[in-house]
Structures are given as C-alpha cells and as structure tokens.
Ligand binder design. Structure first.
Ligand code: IPM
Ligand code: MG
Length: 367
C-alpha cells in the first residue's frame, strides 16, 4: 500500500532528526512492502521568515488527505523575542488544535542497556514502562484571556486554565482505555487542592472509574507526582493530566529513559485502536519527538534521532496500521542500543559514540 505522509522538519535539529527517521521508515517500507508518498511543508521560524506566519496556509492545506504528519521541532534564538507578534511555537499549538489532537501519548520506556545513562539509581529503573497521556488542546495553554498589558501600576500578564466537562471526559477516557490494555493502573494528576478546574478533573475521574472496574484509579497532586516519579518510577503505568502538567512531567520522566532525545510522542484525536488506524475522526494524527529544536547543538551532528525514529514508529502503528514494520523499527532500536551505539546524550554509561547520521544508518540497517 502507498501512504501519504506530510513531513514538517521545522527548525534547529528538526531537519537532522527527521532525515534519520525517514531513512528508517524507508528501510522498514522496503522490507515490508509499503510505499510512502512524502510532501514537505514549512513550519516554525523558517516559515515566519518566508511567509510571516509560523503555520502558513500552504502547510496547513497539506494536512487534508494525509494519512499522518511527521514533525521535527520549531524555534530558536532568532525568533525568541518575547515581544514578537508571531512565534515559531504558535505553529505547534495551531496544528494540535486544527487536528483536534487532544490526546498526547508520551511513552517512557527504560531500555535495559541505557539504565546507566540515567542519573537515577539503576535498581529504581528496571522495567520502568510509563505512558504519559497529556491533554493537548486545552488547559492553561489555550484558555483565554491570555495576554500581557500595561496598567497605571505596571505591566500585567494573564493566562487562563479552563476545562469543559467534555474535554476532561475525553482525555480521561483515553487514559482508562490505555490502562485497560496495560497494567490497569491509571494515575490522574491534578492540583485539586488549589485549582477549581483540578477539583472538576478529580470529580469526573472518580465518576468515570465506575465505568472501568478493571482499572485502578489513583489521584495525585502534580507536584507530589513530580517527586514520586523519580522516587519510585516502577509504580507508574498510565499517567493522565492537564496540558502543562503533562508537559512538565514528561520532560522529567525523560531522565528515567536516559535523555530527552529518547522520547517519542503521538498526538491523536482519540484512543489508538489495536493494530489499526488510530486517532479516530477524519483528521490525520501528528507525530513528534518531545524534545525541541535544541539550537545549542544544531549542525554538530550530535542530536539523538531516536525520539523521532520512535515517533515515526508510533505513526506506522497507530495511523498506518503497520504493526509489522513498527515492531521491526522498535526491535532495531533496542538491538542497536544493546550493541552499544550511543549518541553523546546517552553515552553516560560508555559505549560506541556515533553521530546522528550513523545512528540512523545502524537502526535502518537493523529493520
Ligand atoms: C513539547 C514542547 C512544546 C510544548 C513547546 C515547544 C511549545 O515543550 O511538545 O513538550 O510546550 O508543548
Ligand atoms: Mg515540553
């Protein structure tokens, strides 16, 4: 079969890691008899430079009819002016919203061979396998008012944390359903002790738990979870929460996996279906590594492409239904890590340190 993929490399290390993911995708495609029809779009800072907007219409139009979108990263010092009218990051938020990609799945898997790459004690890391489910199209990121303005008593800034019942229900449902297919523990993080929206979140989670008697639901304050996830990561299975909390906890959880560069993500409009076209609805799902554009290491060939390669593999599985190819990619990543190949960010425990391109080559060679 031939699949239509919209590719958005973006800024910074985005193009470097996307090149490697496409290389691995190609290898998996030829081995398993699948073809990919790629369309490249401009997004982020380079789009601001060329079109004056971070998500130009030319790019947004490429989403129609695509089977999936593979995205690198956006942003960089050139566009970092806090007073700028447009920011590269606007594109990510607009894209997530346009695609109604409210469910952000961020799997945190500790590979046995990377246990020594993490600063956390090895005995705490064995077998860690967490799925962070981050609400992605509402909460503090999107609520209005959202602005900075001048008053006679100085400047003010406001952001708004707002959720409707419907938004909370649909993201919790993804959490419960994923937990059903895993270890059946759902940890719901909130700040019900101080936030009204957090109290609503907790109330709805408790009500919904009755629909899922096979899943154990636990509530935890997000600040406490930030501590517990490092103290006892083996406890956690599926973690669900508000947009900002999910953003912060997933970066923190990346330390368990050895590096931010290891973590993939899928932004979906529903619970992924086993072995089939996931995401639900008619819009394509979006796949992106959780790291950003890493301007400090651009062009040095040291970016870790594994987060993007694994995002591509989630795309094969959830949007294209190609479990065979996805399994092959994931096995190859594990094999390459077992053989000792390391980009510098995961070389803490030693190993054969290679550049971005070589890491892509060896993973492609192993699918
Ligand atoms: C992420 C990133 C983005 C976010 C930034 C780059 C806007 O940190 O995907 O986690 O905050 O969502
Ligand atoms: Mg983040």
């Amino acid at each position: 079969m031939k699949f239509k993929i919209t590719v958005l490399p973006g800024d910074g290390v985005g193009p470097e890691v996307i090149t490697e993911a496409l290389k691995v995708m190609d290898a998996a495609g030829s081995r398993h008899g699948h073809e990919f029809d790629l369309t490249y779009g401009k997004i982020g800072g380079i789009a601001i430079d060329e079109f004056g907007t971070a998500l130009p219409d030319e790019t947004a139009e490429m989403f129609d009819g695509a089977d999936a979108i593979l995205f690198g990263a956006v942003g960089g010092p050139k566009w970092d002016d806090t007073r700028a009218a447009v920011r590269p990051e606007d594109a990510i938020l607009a894209m997530r919203k346009n695609l109604d990609a409210f469910a952000n799945l961020r799997p945190v898997k500790v590979y046995p061979s990377l246990i020594n790459s993490s600063p956390i004690k090895p005995h705490l890391l064995e077998g860690v396998d967490i799925m962070v489910v981050r609400e992605l199209t509402s909460g503090l990121y999107f609520g209005s008012p959202k602005k900075v303005w001048n008053t006679s008593r100085g400047r003010r800034g406001v952001d708004t944390l707002k959720y409707t019942e419907k938004e909370i229900v649909r993201i919790l449902r993804v959490g419960f359903e994923l937990a059903q297919g895993r270890r059946k523990l759902l940890t719901s993080m909130d700040k019900a002790n101080v936030l009204a929206s957090g109290r609503l979140w907790r109330e709805i989670a408790t009500e919904m738990a009755e629909e899922y008697p096979d899943v154990e639901l636990e509530h935890i304050y997000a600040d406490n979870l930030a501590m517990q996830i490092i103290r006892n990561p083996q406890h956690y299975d599926v973690i669900v929460g508000e947009n900002t909390f999910g953003d912060i906890i997933s970066d923190e959880a990346a330390v368990l996996a050895g590096s931010l560069g290891m973590l993939p993500s899928a932004c979906l409009a529903g619970t992924p279906k086993r072995g089939g076209v996931g995401g639900g609805g008619s819009v394509p799902a979006l796949y992106e590594p959780i790291h950003g554009s890493a301007p400090d290491i651009v062009g040095q060939g040291i970016a870790n492409p594994i987060g993007t390669i694994l995002s591509m593999s989630m795309m094969l599985r959830h949007s294209l239904g190609l479990d065979d190819a996805a399994d092959a990619v994931e096995r190859s990543v594990e094999g390459v890590l077992d053989e000792g190949y390391r980009t510098p960010d995961i070389a803490g425990g030693g190993g054969n340190v290679v550049d971005t391109t070589t890491m892509g080559d060896v993973i492609a060679g192993g699918v």
